[in-house]
Design a protein around this ligand. Structure first.
Ligand SMILES: *Cc1c(COP(=O)(O)O)cnc(C)c1O
Length: 387
């Protein structure tokens, strides 16, 4: 009789050659809920390698940040301290719950949150501090954790760019109460779109599973803890599909190879740009002693009057370099919700003078030499005044 069973739904199987999904392993199960095979494998990998207490796969780092805001019970008026020099999701996730981002300045060498600016921004409404490990380079977590402990604040690590990065001996994502990873195609390890919520403060684990699954206790149901599942809290649909998880697992297995290759490229840039830094034409990235470089990004800082010119100069030579971020405190939406106008000198200056160089595994030594030689040539042709 088993074979004649009329199932409610039978997911359509994707073409094996395209998705490389092992149908036997996935057992025709393509959603990420329950004990889905690839989701569980990725979760186990993250727990083992990052040494966090729990890891939940989600469909983006943005989703993981939104879950953080729900888990921390962010309410209208609550303040969350964070850098202005970051991606919008870091702030938007908290604003969705009515929270108020309190933007602070970054350190001019690491472009990470400057711990000196944290304590003076704490008020009676402060709920949490979100740190962003920019370019995969760790913030000074000893100072950040000390401040958090003293003022009883929660720490969220936005580790979107920093898989396998370290602060001293600790993996990034294993330090804060909560942490978030991104597996967007622009990150070191990816599955198109994807992310993870990492939990180190045990009290958040159970509720996080409910929030990820539309506010239901379906996870308990799947594990035979309850006979039926129901709506028990607020939540949303944050799971990652098994299709993405199967893709992600292959990437996670390659992370050491990917990181090694990227670091090699990063070091080549660093070598070829050294002379320009000595000549004070550019600044190169700085890696503090406590941080392990995973080479998410290679950036240089130039005088702001040259920045756009140099990007166009490279583009005309078929080299695609970019800049980012428009500081969040100066964004149109932030101006609408934060009444007080603030000025963050380092953030504003970096945002006008940074250039991000191409960085991917297809890059050859000769490509980097060519890029560096064009940058040198640009300065020879344009350089007038020291920066
Ligand atoms: C990429 C990124 C995000 C967003 O990641 P998604 O997975 O695309 O949602 C958030 N924060 C930072 C710092 C990022 O670099």
């Amino acid at each position: 009789m088993k074979n004649n069973k009329i199932l409610f739904n039978v997911p359509l199987s994707p073409h094996k050659e395209i998705f490389k999904i092992n149908k036997i392993k996935s057992q025709n199960h393509y959603s990420g809920s329950g004990n889905a095979f690839f989701t569980k494998k990725c979760t186990d990998w993250l727990k083992k390698n990052i040494k966090c207490k729990e890891a939940l796969l989600v469909h983006s780092c943005t989703a993981a940040l939104e879950m953080c805001a729900i888990l921390l019970n962010i309410k209208p008026g609550d303040e969350i301290i964070m850098p202005s020099y970051t991606f919008v999701s870091t702030a938007n996730a908290f604003v969705l719950r009515g929270g108020k981002p309190v933007f602070i300045d970054v350190d001019c060498k690491t472009l990470n949150i400057d711990p000196k600016n944290i304590e003076k921004s704490i008020t009676k409404n402060t709920k949490a501090i979100v740190v962003v490990h920019y370019a995969g380079i760790s913030c000074d977590m000893d100072i950040v954790m000390k401040i958090a402990k003293k003022h009883k604040l929660f720490i969220v690590e936005d580790a979107a760019q920093s898989i396998m990065g370290k602060f001293k001996e600790k993996q990034l994502g294993s330090i804060g109460d909560l942490a978030t990873l991104s597996f967007h195609e622009t990150k070191n390890v990816h599955c198109g779109e994807g992310g993870a919520l990492l939990i180190n403060n045990k009290k958040f684990i159970q509720r996080a599973k409910i929030i990820r699954d539309k506010g239901t206790n379906r996870d308990d149901f799947n594990n035979n803890i309850t006979k039926k599942y129901s709506w028990v809290d607020i939540g949303s649909s944050y799971c990652l599909s098994e299709i993405n998880a199967s893709f992600l697992l292959e990437q996670l297995k390659l992370v050491n190879y990917i990181t090694r290759k990227r670091v090699k490229i990063w070091n080549t840039y660093h070598k070829y740009f050294e002379k320009l830094e000595i000549e004070k034409k550019i600044l190169r990235p700085f890696i503090p002693k406590y941080a392990k470089n995973i080479a998410h990004m290679y950036w240089i800082i130039v005088d702001k009057k040259y920045r756009n010119k140099l990007i166009s100069y490279l583009r005309m030579r078929n080299i695609n370099s970019l800049f980012h971020y428009i500081p969040l405190h100066n964004s149109p939406f932030s101006k609408k919700i934060c009444k007080k106008k603030i000025s963050l000198k380092v953030t504003e200056s970096i945002s006008k003078s940074i250039i991000r160089m191409p960085l991917h595994l297809g890059l050859k030594n000769r490509d980097i030499i060519l890029i560096a030689s064009f940058v040198k040539k640009f300065f020879k042709e344009n350089y007038k005044k020291n920066i």
